[in-house]
Design a protein around this ligand. Structure first.
Ligand code: UD1
Ligand code: UDP
Length: 361
């Protein structure tokens, strides 16, 4: 009985940490498949080294390209591998093209799929990740919902209740497991009051007007508020900013644009920040766990609880709205909920392990 775990992008490589720990703890025979969707050191290898993750057994080497190219190439290459080495179960975390390609290749060969982070919905039907989530959920045999909202979404969509498990969130397990390591990370910005910023979503980066609005908002914050900006920039954002000639907007003494940082550094930078400004799914949730007021530059979020508890402000990517949201965030009242408990109390991977062991036995 062998389990294959499919990763290949930054957030999936990160989610691998608690998943690997739990599979090792349960003596489950497993191996890792890496699609190669992310390949830069700072989006990929850095996490394997920092977190001591096992080497992937299979590299599909897909790289960048259109969504059709990425998904189709993963299906072709993975199918070829799985025909020779058919696993008993495939685990796919998240909502990227790597997750969809991995799930599709598996179900077409009759291999059962377990989806980690099932049931999240942004209610934007054409958003790339929403398309992937819906498709993966409806082809999976086991669905691990990170929140009660995600669990209810699946039942509402008619997914058989016997397949759905409310487990909590594996990224919160990571934070619990790595709390000492996070404390040991050096933060050269710890003496400053700063906003931690990450932006990479296609909807923001591929639209010059939106990206300009975001950069202008950050510039006003750096000039007018007593707040620095610490911004590790995703390569997608970097490439687009250069193409649209927007880099100079961020050229200011209070704005620190960095290369993508390691996972532990990202958590430490969030933990020490005053507020967080992001469009990342994972960062919204981490900021909530660290009780940092968050401005999310999106219309909706799949992490609805962060908004419901008044800690996450969904904001248009335009200068004046960003500035208004920052004012609001700086005055946010303390959060009145235990975010760890909301996400399963750090025990999601343990619950997933029990269910997987029962399934494969
Ligand atoms: C992908 C996921 C997104 C996830 C994000 C995490 C999909 C549809 N999108 O978005 O859900 O939030 O990863 O970070 O799966 N690039 C590099 N180096 C790399 C990888 C990419 O420079 O190692 C550049 C390339 O120009 C590429 C662009 O980034 O075309 C976009 O990469 P891609 O993997 O298509 O999507 P992401 O924006 O990274
Ligand atoms: N992250 C990181 N380095 C960075 C920026 C983010 O390690 O420079 C981490 C972040 O803390 C979170 C994860 O990357 O754990 C989120 O991934 P990303 O934003 O790429 O994707 P999403 O969650 O939006 O799919």
């Amino acid at each position: 009985m062998v389990v294959a775990v499919i990763v290949g992008t930054r957030p999936q490589n990160i989610k691998l940490y608690s998943l690997v720990k739990m599979l090792e703890r349960g003596n489950v025979d497993f191996y890792i498949v890496h699609t190669g969707q992310h390949y830069d050191y700072g989006l990929d290898r850095m996490f394997f080294e920092e977190l001591g993750l096992p080497e992937p057994r299979v590299y599909l080497g897909v790289g960048s390209g259109t969504h059709g190219y990425q998904v189709a190439t993963i299906v072709l290459r993975l199918e070829k591998y799985f025909i020779g080495e058919k696993p008993s179960l495939v685990i796919v975390p998240g909502d990227t093209n790597s997750a969809l390609g991995g799930a599709l290749a598996s179900v077409k060969l009759g291999i059962p799929v377990a989806h980690v982070e099932a049931g999240l919905r942004s209610r934007l039907p054409f958003m790339a990740e929403e398309v992937n989530r819906v498709l993966i959920d409806h082809m999976s045999d086991i669905l691990f919902a990170p929140t009660i909202y995600a669990y209810e979404n699946l039942l509402r969509e008619g997914v058989d209740v016997s397949k759905v498990f409310l487990t909590g969130d594996v990224m919160v397990d990571n934070i619990v497991m790595l709390r000492n390591e996070i404390e040991r990370v050096q933060n050269e910005f710890s003496d400053l009051e700063y906003a931690y910023v990450t932006i990479h979503r296609a909807e923001n980066t591929d639209n010059p007007a939106r990206l300009k609005g975001i950069f202008e908002g950050l510039r006003v914050i750096a000039e007018s508020f007593d707040l620095k900006i610490v911004f590790p920039m995703h390569p997608r954002t970097h490439i687009r900013a250069r193409k649209y000639g927007l880099e100079k907007i961020l050229s200011h003494k209070n704005i620190h644009v960095l290369e993508p940082v390691s996972y532990l550094k990202s958590l430490r930078l969030q933990k020490d920040s005053k507020i967080v400004i992001t469009d990342s799914g994972g960062v919204q949730k981490e900021a909530f766990v660290f009780k940092k007021p968050t401005i999310t530059l999106r219309e909706t979020t799949e992490w609805v609880e962060t908004v419901e508890y008044g800690w996450n402000i969904l904001t248009n990517p335009v200068k004046k709205d960003i500035v208004k949201a920052v004012q609001e965030a700086m005055e946010a009242k303390p959060i009145n909920v235990d975010p760890y408990e909301l996400y399963g109390g750090g025990k999601a991977s343990l619950r997933i392990l029990r269910i997987i062991k029962e399934y494969i036995s």
